[in-house]
Design a protein around this ligand. Structure first.
Ligand code: GDP
Ligand code: MG
Length: 251
C-alpha cells in the first residue's frame, strides 16, 4: 500500500507541475490543494456600509460575476442588504465575501453589530460609502477588536463624470480631492490614519482597486495571499503576471 500511495501523490504533483507550466493557475491550485494541504485555507472578507453604498455590486465585481448572473448578490436602488449573506468565489469557494447590513439598521444596532455578524471569522473589513463616511461607518469598534479595516469610497465613475463637465477638469486632481476629503472626515470621526481607496465597481481596472489589492496582499499573512490573488480579477498586468508564477507560499 506504501507504493500505491506514493504513485498517487507523484501523479498529482506531475499534473500540478504541468498545469503550472501551462500557466493554468486554476488547475494548478486545484491540484495543489489536496497533496500539499492548501485545503482549509479560507479567506473571509467582510463588506459593510450603508444601504445603497454599492456593497453588493462591489462583491459581484470582486468575484467577477455580473450583477444579473445566477448567484450574484442582488443589487439596485431598491435592493437592501438586510441580512448577513455570504457569497462564494465561483472558482475558489474557500474565498467568501460577506455582504453585511449597514451598522445601525434596526436589526443591527451598532452596540451589538460585531457580535451579530460574527466578526471573529473575518480576515478584514471593507467599509464602503458612496459619499463622505459617516459616524455609523466608524462606530464599529473593529479597531479595538484588532481587525484590519479599509475604507472604499465607491461610485467614483459618477464623481469623475460630473467633474468632467468643468472646463479645468483634471481626473488626478479630482481623485486627490475626494481622497483627502474622506481622510480628513475620517480623522474627524476619530480614525487616526484611515486607508481610503477610490473605486468604481463598474471599472475595477481604474482608480484605486489595484492599490487596494496590493495593500491587502501586503497586510495578509503569507498563507492567505495566494487565496486573495486567485480570487482577484485580472485587472492589471501585474496581477496576471503573479498568477502565472508558482504559488509563492508553497514554492
Ligand atoms: N455608477 C456607479 N454605480 C454603482 C456602483 N456601485 C454600485 N452602484 C449602483 O448603486 C446602487 C446600489 O448598489 P448596491 O450594490 O445594491 O448597494 P448596497 O445596498 O450597498 O448593496 C445600484 O443601482 C448600483 O448599480 C459604482 O461603482 N458606480
Ligand atoms: Mg446589497
Amino acid at each position: 500500500s506504501c507504493v500505491i500511495t506514493f504513485n498517487i501523490s507523484l501523479t498529482a504533483v506531475t499534473k500540478e507541475i504541468k498545469a503550472l507550466q501551462l500557466h493554468d493557475k486554476p488547475s494548478a491550485v486545484g491540484m495543489i490543494k489536496e497533496p500539499l494541504g492548501m485545503n482549509g485555507i479560507t479567506l473571509n472578507i467582510a463588506i459593510t456600509g450603508e444601504t445603497g453604498s454599492g456593497k453588493s455590486t462591489f462583491v459581484n465585481a470582486f468575484r467577477g460575476v455580473s450583477d444579473d448572473d445566477e448567484g450574484a448578490a442582488p443589487t439596485g436602488v431598491t435592493e437592501c442588504t438586510m441580512e448577513v449573506k455570504e457569497y462564494f468565489h465561483p472558482n475558489y469557494p474557500n474565498v467568501k465575501f460577506w455582504d453585511l447590513p449597514g451598522v445601525g439598521t434596526p436589526n443591527f444596532p451598532s452596540d451589538t453589530y460585531l457580535e451579530r455578524v460574527g466578526f471573529e471569522k473575518f480576515d478584514f473589513f471593507i467599509i464602503i460609502s458612496a459619499v463622505r463616511f459617516k459616524e455609523n461607518d466608524v462606530k464599529l469598534e473593529i479597531q479595538r477588536m484588532k481587525k484590519k479595516f479599509y475604507f472604499v469610497r465607491s461610485k467614483i465613475d459618477n464623481d469623475i463624470n460630473a467633474e468632467r463637465r468643468k472646463r479645468d477638469f483634471s481626473a488626478e486632481r479630482t481623485l486627490t480631492e475626494i481622497r483627502d476629503d474622506c481622510v480628513k472626515g475620517l480623522r474627524g470621526l476619530g480614525i487616526e490614519s484611515p486607508q481610503v481607496f477610490l473605486v468604481s465597481s463598474f471599472e475595477l481596472h481604474l482608480y484605486h482597486f489595484s492599490l487596494l489589492h496590493e495593500t491587502l496582499d501586503r497586510d495578509l499573512p503569507a498563507h492567505k495571499r495566494d487565496a486573495l490573488l486567485c480570487a482577484t480579477p485580472n485587472i492589471n498586468p501585474e496581477i496576471i503576471r503573479k498568477k502565472k508564477q508558482p504559488l509563492s507560499y508553497y514554492s
